[in-house]
Design a protein around this ligand. Structure first.
Ligand SMILES: Nc1ncnc2c1ncn2[C@@H]1O[C@H](COP(=O)(O)OP(=O)(O)OP(=O)(O)O)[C@@H](O)[C@H]1O
Ligand SMILES: [Mg+2]
Length: 278
């Protein structure tokens, strides 16, 4: 397994899509739990002012402790904001509602697009992987993610708008590489999430695989009641109901992500990351 001592380099994976409710937060949490189970030191970063990820993953309330807003906007060290999450091996930089003000606060500030990168440089030797949950809105917060992430994981729900939104995202990636100087940014893969067993979903999946080929992960995530059940209890479906089909699907998707992102050691690695589209 890759460890920071081998590489001194934290890999950054961001769950992103400009459509709401596609499974970014659920995916970010499930992936973090799966990576930690494989022995990796995981930092979950909540870049969404809705703070859904923090709500599920935080053990205790913030009670005035530094949050991501303080790190991005007030120069608080990232290490001061990192806390243990509810999930073994997963730490979190939490957000709260104040993060909604970051966009306004950062406008006109020096280095506004690179605050996340600059902040996380301090802790990059302490973690193997950072998993970032993002907001569906394009703001300075998402620009910060685009300026820093290595790989994007794009969950889409099986609807016409979801597939149409992918073209916009590809153009955002191109712009981030060109204008934000993040040459390594790439879409690691597209995950079809919340898939139901009906003809419409099958048609959308065919179209998606026809247009984007290998970029679409083999594993789709079915729609399942256990996810909402877990969410309502501030749990992750992977540890809440490990035998459930959605939990198994998230485990399999995580394994695909680990292989594509080359987070396994060379002995285990079959592919050389060719699926990653830059
Ligand atoms: N596979 C699934 N089956 C059933 N419900 C799901 C599934 N995945 C996610 N959900 C539920 O759908 C809702 C939206 O999921 P989630 O919060 O992960 O999406 P999101 O993309 O992060 O949303 P937002 O864009 O608002 O941040 C949540 O209530 C979650 O519990
Ligand atoms: Mg979310």
């Amino acid at each position: 397994m890759l460890s920071a001592s081998d590489t001194d380099c934290m890999k950054t994976l961001a769950w992103t899509s400009e459509k709401g409710g596609t499974g970014k937060t659920t995916g970010a949490i499930c992936l973090s739990v799966a990576l930690a189970k494989r022995g990796m030191r995981v930092l979950l970063v909540d870049m969404d002012p809705q703070a859904n990820c923090s709500l599920t993953a935080m053990r205790d309330e913030l009670r005035g402790a530094p949050s991501l807003f303080d790190v991005l906007c007030d120069g608080a060290p990232a290490s001061d904001a990192i806390r243990e999450s509810r999930f073994d091996g997963v730490s979190i930089i939490p957000a709260d509602g104040s993060l909604a003000e970051a966009n306004l606060t950062l406008t006109g500030e020096m280095g506004r697009e690179h605050r996340l990168r600059l902040a996380l440089e301090e802790v990059e030797n302490d973690f193997d992987v950072a998993v970032i949950d993002t907001s569906p809105q394009r703001t300075l917060l998402t620009t910060n993610v685009m300026a820093f992430a290595d790989d994007l994981i794009v969950p889409i729900d099986p609807g016409t708008y979801g597939v149409a939104g992918l073209k916009t995202l590809m153009s955002v990636v191109y712009q981030a590489k060109k204008f934000l100087g993040n040459a390594q940014l790439a879409v690691l893969g597209i995950a079809l999430c919340r898939a139901q067993r009906n003809n419409m979903t099958r048609q959308i999946e065919r179209r998606l695989r026809g247009e984007y080929g290998e970029l679409v992960f083999d594993q789709t995530i079915p729609n399942g009641v256990k996810v909402e059940e877990a969410t309502s209890r501030n749990r992750c479906v992977v540890e809440y109901a490990p035998g459930d089909s959605v939990a198994k699907a998230y485990q399999a998707l995580s394994e695909e992500i680990i292989a594509r992102a080359q987070l396994e050691d060379e002995q285990d690695a079959g592919a050389d990351g060719v699926n990653r589209v830059a």
